[in-house]
Design a protein around this ligand. Structure first.
Ligand code: APR
Length: 231
């Protein structure tokens, strides 16, 4: 219907507030909720107010729409006030293959457990519309990239969540590598992986007691949580 045209992504996450409180501001445009949106004065719907379902924060419809259009446009919406994520965030990782196997060796600090080895394969190609320079080539350094996780209960949970992140194209992105400085190349994307199995001089190896908890946190920031494993 007309109400949701152009903002279908919000349809399942918000309700329209008929009587917004007159003493609260929209934290996106800093105008009163009862006044017109700072991003759409004079436009149709300038005074429509959306309330997010779970966190109950309120914004002008035109403000939250402008925020979505100028940021990720990735099918999910993040509350600008409390960071609650609505919907599934998807990334722009190029096509490739993720595989894993179990090997009978222990990682330092994880004696008594075997190891899950993850191998990511991505090949160079041409950037799509979702990438920084559509039509231009991108390179891939260091592939296949090989990563290590202890094969214990928490590690197996992390592995499942990493496969969810991979399906949602969140594991890698295309941009500038901070290690090599090269642009238009495939880089890790906010979800840390351990690429060394034997030592931890670089911070990308073992032992590291906090690694599994840290990566669970990083996954949850991307909207990948245990709730994704039940369905
Ligand atoms: N192993 C795991 N993660 C790494 C590594 C590494 N060797 N080097 C950097 N990172 C992490 C960084 O801490 C940062 O959070 O990846 C993120 C992005 O850093 P970039 O240097 O931009 O990433 P990228 O170019 O993809 O990776 C550099 O990682 O797997 C290796 O072979 C790869 O040598 C390359 C290195």
């Amino acid at each position: 219907s007309g109400t949701w045209a152009g903002c279908e992504v919000f349809e399942n996450y918000v309700s329209i507030l008929d009587n917004p409180p007159d003493d609260e501001d929209c934290c996106i445009c800093c105008e009163k909720l009862t006044h017109a949106s700072g991003y759409g004065e004079g436009k149709k719907d300038e005074k429509v107010v959306f309330k997010l379902n779970r966190c109950s924060h309120m914004f002008h419809k035109l403000c939250i729409l402008a925020m979505y259009e100028s940021t990720t446009k990735n099918g999910s919406v993040q509350c600008p006030t409390c960071k609650t994520i609505y919907g599934e965030k998807h990334g722009n990782c190029p096509d490739g293959v993720m595989e894993y196997l179990t090997v009978p060796h222990s990682l330092p600090g994880n004696e008594g457990h075997q190891t899950k080895v993850i191998i990511y394969h991505i090949s160079p190609g041409i950037q799509g519309p979702e990438h920084p320079h559509p039509g231009k080539r991108f390179s891939c350094r260091g592939f296949p990239r090989v990563c290590y996780i202890p094969d214990n209960d928490k590690g197996r949970k992390v592995l499942k969540l990493l496969t969810v992140a991979w399906r949602r194209r969140l594991t890698f992105t295309i941009g500038q590598s901070s290690t090599t400085g090269e642009s238009d190349t495939v880089t890790w994307n906010e979800i840390h992986h351990k690429t060394e199995s034997g030592r931890n001089d670089s911070g990308h190896g073992y032992p590291d007691d906090k690694y599994l908890d840290n990566v669970l946190m990083e996954l949850s920031v991307q909207g990948v949580t245990e709730a994704d494993l039940s369905s």
